[in-house]
Design a protein around this ligand. Structure first.
Ligand SMILES: [Zn+2]
Length: 80
């Protein structure tokens, strides 16, 4: 892929961290090869990379490292 399908800006190959959702669980993947739009920041992952992440999460082959993520519940009504 050479340009972003959304904003047409060039995309760049990058190694990123990516949060992957599997059911109700979240997994933080590191060292993920991705293409990132230089303008809107949209991330594009290759099908092979997505399959690999799905396989890791589905088989439970996950690392021992854990991160804790703050959970914030916003009020139903937000005044402008
Ligand atoms: Zn873009």
């Amino acid at each position: 892929m050479k340009s972003c399908p959304f904003c047409k800006a060039p995309v760049k190959r990058k190694t990123i961290e990516h949060v992957h959702r599997w059911g109700k669980r979240l997994f933080l993947f590191k060292n993920v090869q991705a293409e990132v739009c230089s303008q809107c920041g949209e991330i594009f992952l290759k099908p092979a990379v997505l399959r690999l992440m799905d396989r890791c999460t589905a088989t439970g082959k996950v690392g021992r490292a854990r991160v804790s993520i703050p959970v914030i519940s916003l009020p139903d009504k937000v005044s402008a």
